[in-house]
Design a protein around this ligand. Structure first.
Ligand code: SAM
Length: 306
């Protein structure tokens, strides 16, 4: 008996005194926390809540709907991998489409590739673009490249109307499938991506965590196997401020010239103009490119069986 009262913390919102705790039904029962030095921006766009804060140990942090999108310290691990895994797997990428990615970090990485002639980006939320330009200049620097065309709009609608066979690569830098990004994880969206790719073109999409979301990953893999008639692969990287510390990507190619994602053919590390414009890469190299496709046994079993 006795019925001891367990007190709820006084504040169950994301910002508990002095610390930001990342709580979401997508990772119930756990919440990674960062010590907050100062909240720099708090706003509400038509699509989501937007927060920027200065953390004690990861630099500035961008949060959308309570979920960390990037920190200055570890954004390289995500932006470099989601971009160079697809672009270094094909020779001479020329036309690239980015869906989401409003912070500009993927644009910065695409801009390292001198073969690229056109970089289209479709981001739904202008506030993310503006906030990133104001608070994350080293990420938003991607917007300064003259090859970039920014369109504010829904990526799903954009791709439905995109001309067939246009892009060498599509990079889907989305938030989680709760909120505006929901449809970016569904079959009709992958079908329009496939239609927008030239034969043998490549797509790389944010594909959640092996530790938390094997169910979502299974669905994405089986959809992609039906749709993309080239190759279908899962790769992953380590990002300490993402839930569970890892994040994955689906890498697929459309029917046409074969792409072996595990053997990069288009090295970027030593490219002089890239280093001159944006500094050296911090995370990506050819070895980690191939290694990113090695899967832990529990995931390999599921992904290979789909
Ligand atoms: N690049 C970041 C990083 O370093 O981890 C992460 C994510 S980025 C900020 C995700 C973006 O996808 C957000 O800005 C969000 O507004 C955008 N987004 C969500 N749904 C979208 C949709 N349907 N069409 C276009 N953009 C969308």
């Amino acid at each position: 008996g006795g019925g001891e009262m367990i007190k709820e913390p006084s504040c169950m919102s994301s910002v508990i005194p002095g610390w930001f705790s990342e709580m979401s039904p997508m990772w119930p029962g756990e919440a990674h926390s960062l010590k907050v030095e100062k909240i720099l921006f708090q706003g509400k766009s038509d699509y989501q809540d937007v927060i920027v804060f200065q953390s004690a140990t990861y630099g500035k942090v961008l949060v959308l709907d309570g979920v960390i999108q990037l920190t200055e310290r570890d954004e390289c691990a995500y932006q470099e991998m989601i971009t160079h895994l697809p672009l270094c797997s094909i020779s001479n990428p020329k036309k690239v489409l980015v869906i989401g990615g409003g912070d500009g970090g993927v644009l910065r990485e695409v801009a390292r590739h001198s073969s690229v002639e056109q970089i289209d980006i479709c981001e739904i939320d202008k506030m993310v673009v503006d906030v990133s330009k104001q608070y994350f200049p080293k990420v938003a620097v991607g917007y300064e490249d003259p090859r970039v065309n920014l369109l504010i709009g829904d990526g799903v609608a954009f791709l439905k109307n995109a001309a067939e066979g246009t892009y060498d690569a599509v990079i889907v830098d989305s938030s989680d499938p709760i909120g505006p990004a929901k449809e970016l994880f569904e079959k009709p969206f992958f079908e329009s991506v496939n239609g927008a790719l030239r034969p043998g073109g490549v797509v790389c999409t944010q594909a959640e965590s092996l530790w938390l979301h094997m169910d979502i990953i299974e669905d994405i893999v089986s959809n992609c196997r039906e749709i993309f008639k080239g190759s279908v692969n899962y790769a992953w990287t380590s990002v300490p401020t993402y839930p569970s510390g890892v994040i994955g990507f689906m890498l697929c190619s459309s029917e046409g010239p074969q792409v072996d994602f595990k053997k990069p053919v288009n090295p970027i590390e030593a490219d002089e103009s890239s280093v001159k414009s944006f500094g050296p890469l911090k995370f990506y190299n050819a070895e980690i490119h191939s290694a990113a496709f090695c899967l832990p046994s529990f995931a390999k079993k599921v992904i290979d069986s789909k």
